[in-house]
Design a binder for this molecule. Structure first.
Ligand SMILES: Cc1cc2nc3c(=O)[nH]c(=O)nc-3n(C[C@H](O)[C@H](O)[C@H](O)COP(=O)(O)OP(=O)(O)OC[C@H]3O[C@@H](n4cnc5c(N)ncnc54)[C@H](O)[C@@H]3O)c2cc1C
Length: 500
């Protein structure tokens, strides 16, 4: 923390400083101005304008719509059982969720965008993740704003652009200016154009800088992962958590029982830090995955996208084993190559911001050598650096299971299709994350709770950094939680009297 004495002069002065221009930051900025149109509101964003938007921009854009707060509360309570969310938080959250839809619709209408029911990229009107905990009762439907990709983010950015909100890009938050005794927050230290600058925040500071998906060291220390890759922005490196720690905040929900957002099969692009997501709507099934010991290790064709890549084991939903199984390769035959584009094209950072494309039949990627190709499984194994006999045995065992119609990992018989038609292909599959949830402990007013159990004066937090989700969550709830928490934080910050 920096003290007032260490700031000889303020470089900028505002009423409310919002750090991070993703879902929570944009929602906060809109709410701050709509609450007090005279307020001076500044967003500082770490990335250049071309790369703003955070995971909001990279995300699937699915928004969960609820019409029954009691059912939603019961559903979330059941999903959070290993680390319960306080009941009063659940009450307020469920109530705000049930009233959120008109506000989202208004954001779309205000900028001439289309709000629709459904995901915008699949036939599903409602994504129901955990029916046994009450998804059917809690989820009215899934919704989004077109276009796909990035429609929700684009509409919210356009809403911010319409309002008198200043945005400073390439300006990361690096510290807070605080009273060392009371912890009251007076402003922030940022980096701008290679220099440190001090920004006075007369009423309050909102931290909305997302998670730590792109910080491998934090993932190793907090989650014990050896290797993990972000599917979203490379800008989310856990800066908020480090700054909140220095500011005296209590931390919570750092890993949860597993990774709330799940560990997804990722596909690396050689030139980029963030990864593609493997297609979860495969049309043919002549493929499998092998892990470090050349064996299969899970049910590859289960609809795991409907449980945020959690498998039910010993009665509990836990992360799929990719994280502890590296290196993993997907092996497939000519029929699967021709009939399935291997990546999800509706979202992820590479698709949304780099406009990186992938050929529909994967031929370009075979040509570039990203996908290994061979005329036999033994030759393919040698190219993967694996024992040919062991890989041949695994594929033969799988093909025998297909002939029998019975799989040791429980693949649905309709998805038991032999790997038979050469040439054969292999692609490395890496563990990838959509989100992390830990951060400063907060209440539903967005106030950050200090290690003394009391709110830190004038310090607010919103979105994925410090998210309330403590274990499982329903698709479409991270973006909506970012909206709800961003709005609450901004409304409260802008309503304070200026300090001094
Ligand atoms: C591939 C993918 C799919 C997803 N699909 C869905 C979905 O369909 N529905 C859903 O509800 N959720 C989804 N999520 C999760 C959702 O996108 C995030 O939880 C949500 O965007 C969190 O909002 P946020 O504002 O907290 O963070 P973000 O939207 O990530 O924004 C954080 C911003 O802070 C900036 N920043 C970082 N550090 C600093 C710093 N030091 N100073 C200033 N700025 C900083 C970042 O550059 C970024 O712009 C998905 C995520 C991914 C990656």
């Amino acid at each position: 923390m920096a003290s007032l004495n260490s700031v000889p002069a303020w470089d900028h002065e505002v009423d409310v400083l919002i750090c991070g221009f993703g879902m929570a930051g944009s929602s906060a900025a809109i709410e701050a101005i709509d609450t007090d149109p005279q307020a001076d509101v500044l967003i500082i964003e770490k990335m250049p304008e071309r790369y703003a938007g955070g995971n909001a921009r990279a995300s699937g854009q699915s928004l969960m719509i609820n019409k029954n707060p009691q059912a939603l509360k019961d559903y979330q309570r059941a999903m959070s059982q290993p680390n319960p969310i306080p009941e009063d938080m659940l009450d307020i959250w469920a109530d705000r969720m049930s009233k959120l839809e008109p506000w989202i619709q208004a954001r779309a209408e205000e900028v001439g965008a289309r709000f629709i029911k459904g995901t915008g990229f699949s036939e599903r009107e409602a994504v129901l993740e955990f029916p046994e905990f009450g998804a059917r009762e809690a989820v009215a439907y899934t919704s989004t704003i077109l276009p796909i990709p990035s429609g929700v983010w684009l509409a919210f950015k356009a809403n911010v652009d319409k309002r008198p909100v200043k945005v400073m890009y390439e300006t990361p938050l690096v510290d807070l200016v605080q009273d060392p005794d009371t912890l009251e927050v007076f402003g922030a230290i940022v980096e701008h154009q290679g220099k440190r600058a001090a920004i006075k925040a007369r009423r309050g500071v909102v931290i909305a800088v997302g998670g730590y998906e792109a910080n491998l060291e934090m993932q190793r220390n907090y989650c014990g992962y050896q290797e993990i890759h972000p599917l979203g922005t490379p800008g989310n490196t856990g800066d908020g958590i480090k700054i909140l720690q220095k500011a005296g905040a209590e931390l919570w929900h750092m890993r949860n029982n597993g990774q709330s957002g799940g560990i997804w099969p990722g596909i690396q692009h050689p030139d980029f830090q963030t990864v593609f997501m493997r297609n979860f709507f495969m049309q043919t099934f002549s493929w499998l995955e092998i892990c470090a010991d050349n064996q299969r290790f899970y049910n590859e064709t289960a609809e795991l996208q409907l449980t945020h890549y959690k498998e039910k084991k010993h009665g509990f939903f836990t992360d799929t084993p990719h994280i502890n199984a590296q290196p993993v390769h997907m092996i497939f035959d000519e029929e699967t190559r021709v009939n399935n584009c291997l990546i999800v094209k509706a979202f992820t950072w590479n698709v949304a911001t780099e406009q990186l494309d992938w050929s529909e039949d994967n031929s370009a990627e075979v040509e570039k050598g990203w996908i290994l190709k061979a005329d036999s499984i033994a030759e393919l194994a040698a190219k993967m650096g694996r024992d040919p006999a062991a890989v041949e045995a695994t594929v033969a065992k799988y093909n025998a299971a297909c002939a029998k119609g019975e799989d040791e990992f429980g693949r649905h018989p309709a998805t038991l299709q032999p790997i038979a038609k050469g040439p054969f292909y292999a692609l490395k599959i890496v563990p990838a994350v959509v989100c992390t949830s830990g951060g400063g402990k907060r209440n539903m007013e967005g106030e950050v709770i200090g290690t003394n159990g009391k709110p830190i004066p004038r310090l607010y937090e919103a979105g994925e950094c410090g998210s309330m989700f403590s274990h499982l969550y329903q698709n479409g709830c991270y973006l909506t939680e970012a909206m709800i928490s961003g709005r609450a934080a901004a409304k409260n910050a802008v309503s304070l009297k200026a300090w001094g």
